[in-house]
Design a protein around this ligand. Sequence first.
Ligand code: BMA
Length: 800
Amino acid sequence: MINLSGNWTLTDENNDFSVQMNIPGDAISALLQANKIDDPYYGKNEYDTRWIAQRVWSIKRTFEFTNLENEAFELNVSEVDCLAKIYINSKLVLETNNAFCEFFADIDSVLVEGINEIEIEFLSNTEQASKIQNQQPYYIPYLEFNCDIPDGNMLRKTQCDFGWDWNIALAPFGLYGNIQILKKSARVQSVLVHQVHAVDHVELQIDLEIINFTRSCEVDFEIDGKVLTHLASSAVSQFVIEIDHPKLWWPVGWGDQYLYELNINLNDVKTTKKIGLRQIKLLTNQDEIGAEFMFEVNSHKLYARGANWIPQDALHSNITQEKTRQLLQSALDANMNMIRIWGGGRYETDWFYDMCSQMGILVWQDFMFACNIYPSDQHFLDNVALEVVQQVKRLNTHSCLALWCGDNELIGALNWFDITKQHRDRYLVGYDRLNRTIEQNLKQTDQHAIWWPSSPSPGPMNFGDAWHDDRSGDMHFWDVWHSGKSFDHYRSIKPRFCSEFGFQSFPSMHIIKQFSQEKDWNIASPIMESHQKNDGGNARIAETMFRYFRFPNGFENFVYLSQIQQGLAIRTAVEYWRSIKPHCMGTLYWQLNDTWPVASWSSLNHGGSWKAMHYMVKRFYQPVAVFAIEKDGMIQFSCVNDTIISTDVTLDVSICDLKGNTKQLTQRIQTITTHTNHILLEIPVTQLAEEELIIYSFNATNGMSGQDHFSLVPYKSLDLQDSQIKMDTKIVDDCIHIELESQALALFATIECDVDVSLSDNVLMLLPGYTQTIILEVAKEHLGRAMASLRVTDLYSCCY
Ligand code: BMA
């Protein structure tokens, strides 16, 4: 094998540039690294960087080749983004047209002994996309307010590369997977594993596919200390492995994530798959309301708590395993058990799914189509079919994989354009062809795969409105953000599973400082506006703020309050939808992460640090949690338990005035079983006097606990007292121990500093007379800066 990753030379068609480019990687990052362009994430540089995608670029390198035994060789590439021509010694050997596919090419006739040259010519994706659009039998619209760069829907590459309502539009290109020369011999091409579970026994039914198969060959399988030899007598062969006393794989919180290693040896080349033994089902039974939508894992019904995942970065070269692990760890730390890999991004790498499996995070996997109309000519559909087959073969063995979903919002998109409304039949047939191509290729490749036609969807063969009808399937509920409804509006619906709902905030101040100067710190400044990609987004944040809060003092407080507000919006939805378990069996908010520094719906900043909301998520996603919900003149204390073991919960409820004086109201103790919601207590709202809040805390015998407050009136109505929060710090074992003490009730007290840090807790309620200690961890070299920039903001210091 000759691995051709590493250093290449990147040049453009005009010969203006010649720089080093690291493969795997993207060309924009290479130009940035060579100091040929300014950082596109800074200021408004995005717009001065767009020209790059309009040129034709080439990368070149040489390699040595000897073929003493006169064998056959082939070139193998994956994730070439996107339209490219590959030449060896100036002869065209391959044309690629799908960034989600792997390609092979015969190259024997062009290879020479000694030094060879390989060149990849990246056509201008933007120019080619428009050409393909012009060749379509009819116009195929894309969402113009999302995508600043047109016609991205013509290409099989990451759709948000062309801009999105949170993404920079650069149409990046490069090569992100493998590039290698392989001996053209029999190799394992794919492994499909179907698990059949019985009592204390699992049968693994394996479909093995061998590429370059010429004659029967022996394949050794090793799992769990057992070695078996299988005679493969055709390119695709079946094989069974029995496992007695299986150690099961469990989602996080339910048990271990035991992974068996399945090693497959063919011609001394080892292929390894990590396999967790588990049974996942999607239950969609009809009921008196409509149809349920819930996952069952190892016979236990699972309430999915999670968020939507978008690419880790807008530029591929910035993605590393370490940064990705941190993002997933943050999902885990905030008590998530599922992420949805959204259809406008990309299929992730194998190591990504391995991480999810190791952590016990389930993955809802979209196919990569989002919010646009797509071509349905045979050429496009064949390309899609190849992509589906390859991805399903590649990903099926990952134990985290819970569901394959056809697309994101393509049914809705049929109503978003004048032309699709005028020629509805044509576009509907087109959609059906695409969706069937995906479904059929998925099922032909893996007949046991769990399929969901689209997100949102009321269910297979039901093309109803999954934005407003909450009776069946999965729902995207955007009325609060996109239609400006109140937070209470989240309680007007009862989804069966809400796979998207979100509320924006600004990135944290230390992130804003990375792309702007102090003079730009105004939400209407051109730079802040260009780091807001949703039309009217800043206005929505501001306008909502005035409904619930007093006007914040200055820009930094505005940023802080936007994050608190975001947390409250999502908390309102999640608390209610968890409290109606098992009617609703999942919430995946929009969106976990950011691709670059931007105002968005994410709970993590670009780079992975936590916005205020993420600390709140950790609380409202705790598997055992108590929620105070106002309903029909009562405050209802609901408790859910998403573990698989009952627990006893003690709830204490007090009344608190704004000085922070509390008086105990009542206590309740109850056993909380797992598959339903329990109402622990109801108290009439009339029990609260003006300027009083409820404070409640709970302790479960399984170790989980929490504390929060409930205000009957919007915060702006409260005459909060000056909390005068005192912050003492000391350094212990390279961490900062922060002690907080307040003089009055302090709400949403949030610690921040100018570097990425990790805090044991944040966004706190402080009562006078108590000291809370928070531990801050930071890379040693940033300790001084963290200490010097440490600050705490609460609702009083922000707005009063
Ligand atoms: C959803 C997503 C994205 C988008 C988000 C916010 O529906 O599917 O397309 O970024 O809305 O508008």
